[in-house]
Ligand binder design. Structure first.
Ligand code: ADP
Ligand code: MG
Length: 276
């Protein structure tokens, strides 16, 4: 199973959510996270890891021999504390884009091959995405796309503008909100899209997933981790059951097309960040 996590604007917490989903994924076999962000990766610096193996060595290997080998991807992972396997993106955008151009090309690229194995889930952190992005083929071929946004006017205005197109990128588009801002139901109604989940603002929980802080507020205990567990469960169920109906927190206004117009002003923002 291949899950693409991405945003349309800003830095809403895509990498943090991709990592949290992997840690809280249902079942024994934890997913492999691939930092496929064309703007460059963050996990190498956050966890002070070596720059190889990673996305660049994977691209070199995929060029040199059969990218169809399902074992290629696992061979280029490093372990985060706690044991999560990650293919680290290079810090530099130029290097990342070059590697992704190799990896996303052709029908037998290594992410899809690894994800085709019934026991393997790959979570690709695709960063901020548009159709010109080198990572776009990964989104297209993913089993589900998780679109992440913060429920603020600026980010939602971009989402509203691009949502109709973005929903066509994937066979299973899912929408997730992160942090404080407009209530979930208001966003869902204004954008006319179901919201699959909401991740609360949780500075300590996020810090642990960024390599800071102690394990006491780790993803097993933190509010962020609990929210990620619910979303992981929903995506897993969606993809495993081969469904296209996206589980959601609030039902969108039925029967009306998604508006591509800028978001209409919503009610006053909540201070605490409602979770429903
Ligand atoms: N739910 C959250 N609560 C609090 N801080 C968060 C949350 N998600 C992400 N962050 C913080 O926001 C910053 C950007 O997160 P990151 O996941 O790197 O975003 P992106 O990948 O979208 O650029 C990081 O400092 C991270 O710790
Ligand atoms: Mg990121």
């Amino acid at each position: 199973m291949l899950i693409a996590v991405c945003s349309l604007k800003g830095s809403p917490g895509v990498t943090t959510l991709a990592t949290a989903l992997a840690v809280r994924w249902p079942g024994q076999e934890k997913p492999i996270v691939v930092e496929a962000d064309p703007a460059g990766g963050d996990l190498m610096a956050r966890f002070r890891l070596s720059d190889t193996p990673g996305l660049v060595s994977l691209a070199a290997a995929a060029r040199g021999r059969s990218a169809a080998d399902p074992n290629l991807l696992p061979q280029h992972t490093q372990l985060l504390p706690g044991g999560l396997r990650v293919v680290l993106g290079p810090v530099g955008a130029e290097q990342a884009r070059a590697a992704l151009t190799v990896l996303a090309w052709g029908p037998s690229w290594p992410l899809r091959r690894a994800a085709d194995h019934p026991e393997t889930t790959v979570i690709a952190d695709c960063g901020r995405v548009d159709p010109d992005s080198p990572v776009f083929p990964i989104i297209r071929s993913a089993d589900a796309m998780l679109l992440v946004a913060r429920p603020h006017d600026d980010e939602l205005a971009h989402v509203a503008l691009k949502l109709q197109a973005a929903q066509q990128w994937s066979r299973r588009p899912c929408f997730v909100l992160v942090g404080d801002g407009y209530p979930t139901a208001e966003v869902s109604q204004a954008l006319r899209i179901p919201v699959m989940g909401r991740v609360p603002r949780d500075d300590k929980g996020a810090a642990v997933l960024c390599g800071q802080g102690t394990g006491r507020r780790g993803p097993d205990k933190s509010a962020l981790g609990r929210a990620a567990a619910k979303i992981a469960h929903n995506i897993h169920a969606l993809a495993v059951n081969n469904g296209t109906r996206v589980p959601h927190l609030r039902v969108a206004v039925p029967g009306e097309p998604v508006s591509a117009a800028p978001l209409q002003p919503l009610g006053p923002q909540t201070r605490s960040g409602a979770t429903s």
